[in-house]
Design a protein around this ligand. Sequence first.
Ligand code: MG
Length: 383
Amino acid sequence: MRMASQRGIAAVIVAAGRGTRAGDGPPKQWRDLAGQPVLAHTIDALRTAGIERLLLVIHPDDAARAAALGEVERVAGGATRDASVRNALEALAADPPRHVLIHDGARPLPGTALIGRVRAALEAGAPAAIPALPVGDALWRGAGGRLEAPVARSGLWRAQTPQGFDFAAILAAHRAHPGGAADDAEVARAGGLDVSIVEGDEDNIKLTWPGDLARAERILGARGVDIRTGNGFDVHRFGPGDAVTLCGVAIPHGRGLQGHSDADAGMHALTDAVYGALAEGDIGRHFPPSDPAWKGAESRVFLTHALDLATRRGFALGNCDVTLICEAPRIGPHAEAMRARLAEIMGVEAGRVSVKATTSERLGFAGREEGIAAVATATLVSI
Ligand code: MG
């Protein structure tokens, strides 16, 4: 379920350009920035700011690269930036959001505060709002290494993205526009929209020139380590059977655990903790119980998926801690095997994985041995 503050907004990430100014190599939005593609940072920045509905506009040649970014909705770009944005807006129109942010994929560092200023302007009723910074340097026209004439800088702004719009208004403006606009603010103005300016951010750079990646790495480095923590809780009920699987280890028991998958409450709680740290919902969102494909599935599939998602978002597991709550079977003799199994699945050393157990003093459903509960905490660290 979406929270009220997130309902009604989508973000279009424009990443179909072939950008030749940044030197040889893949287009700038696909270059490596601190161990991740530039676009992985861009996506993470928008998600961190609470934008859940993202639509990535890519060049058809980049489909394989885009697949490596994980679960992000995609649409093919057009021959020009305008056409790419138009494609994305038309795709969103099937289930139109109230507001849309349109953002350059090659701007990997939009801060949550900056995105918040654009959203606040839209929520206050502006049909369009863009972040911009006043020009501080003297401006000159020049050619052949010589100055020709000064340009008055008073009243000049450097426009950034994400640019925010009333969705219906910007869609209509794009449909009516002949093409060739530098950005969506230009399209909005041509469509008669009033465009508000909110304060931009010097760190929200657009990777354009060869030195820009190094500058972006310095900005990221100065931000320090990003630490995320999530928790998870799960319960499965006892039923007929002769073993239970907990944290990937089968333990002989007079009964089994019931569930759509292998009913591994410990691994489910841990998986939800990792999703939680990423603000990526829970297992049910990624593996709907209504989908028969996951019936009887081994739970390592879920945990592997959550860790892959963390890796693609630029995070590694710092540590995790799982507590199993049951009267029986006894967990202690199996705890080391569980730690080893979880560590193997997650690709980390066992020293980062804790598994322990407690009873509930014979109280409640666990105390009556009707089922087993598990709670987990996971901490992710940016890499
Ligand atoms: Mg479960």
